[in-house]
Design a protein around this ligand. Sequence first.
Ligand SMILES: NC(=O)c1ccc[n+]([C@@H]2O[C@H](COP(=O)([O-])OP(=O)(O)OC[C@H]3O[C@@H](n4cnc5c(N)ncnc54)[C@H](OP(=O)(O)O)[C@@H]3O)[C@@H](O)[C@H]2O)c1
Length: 287
Amino acid sequence: MNIASKAGQFSLGDRTVNRMGYGAMQLAGPQVFGPPKDPAAAIAVLREALESGVNHIDTADFYGPHVTNQLIREALHPYAENLVIVTKVGAVRGPDASWNPAHSPAELTRAVHDNLRNLGLDVLDVVNLRVWGDMHAPGQESIEESFTTLAELQRQGLVRHLGLSNVTATQVKQAQGIAKVTCVQNHYNLTHRNDEQLIAELGRQGIPYVPFFPLGGFSPLQSQTLSSVAARLGASTLCVALAWLLQRAPNILLIPGTSSVAHLRENLTASTLEITPQMLAELDGLA
Ligand SMILES: NC(=O)c1ccc[n+]([C@@H]2O[C@H](COP(=O)([O-])OP(=O)(O)OC[C@H]3O[C@@H](n4cnc5c(N)ncnc54)[C@H](OP(=O)(O)O)[C@@H]3O)[C@@H](O)[C@H]2O)c1
């Protein structure tokens, strides 16, 4: 049994994936812009992830832009049959590395075709509509036009499943009136827990919730409580943060990001890390 499968499985669209996946955003250059310093190292991370049993990779064509998807293609194409690649649309990058919303029907259609081309696919497994909101927190805008556009691209056979990112429970319901929502990807971790109710509601519906910034994002989580629990478990603080997410709810799928094989290997060990109820209570107090 490989390490990623030890965290258990959950359904994602018409497949079952290991709950321990991988987020590819960190593979592009600084500020997620341009190529990495060492493309061979980025390819090594992707291949190591697959060899360790990861069968769920999160990406976006606006990482780089195009760079991350091209690295995935170079490292892993032709893709293993059990690999699910989840991508996002809804943003474009400026020449200054800025992140800008791109939600018009023409922009979303272009983004789906960019993903197909750069990943080397005829059909995308899962496309998340990345709603703009407040960059890392959802806003209140209607997603009717943008999700309807993606539903049309799904009807055309370019996309198997649709998901959402950076959304409220109201936006999830709005989308579900248009097409099936296969997964939701929002900002959530040990110290950022706005989505408790949404996670539970999605769990009741059998829909996976995929936290972005599971380790805290560009500034990984640090806290005395986390360090104390990690020391008692003989694990790293970031593995404890991942194991806490795995124990939080069965419908949580993990996509921790790293550009390093050593960090990837360390993060995967969270699959077998058991946090005691007493330590969970201490960690729950962090929010
Ligand atoms: N939907 C959205 O809007 C959205 C937004 C952000 C991210 N995402 C997705 O979510 C995935 C995860 O988020 P993320 O990568 O931004 O943040 P993250 O997983 O919370 O943390 C990544 C950061 O942690 C560091 N790190 C990872 N493992 C480590 C370890 N064992 N020891 C020390 N440092 C470690 C990484 O640096 P190293 O490279 O040095 O390991 C990187 O700086 C992304 O890859 C992306 O696919 C989605």
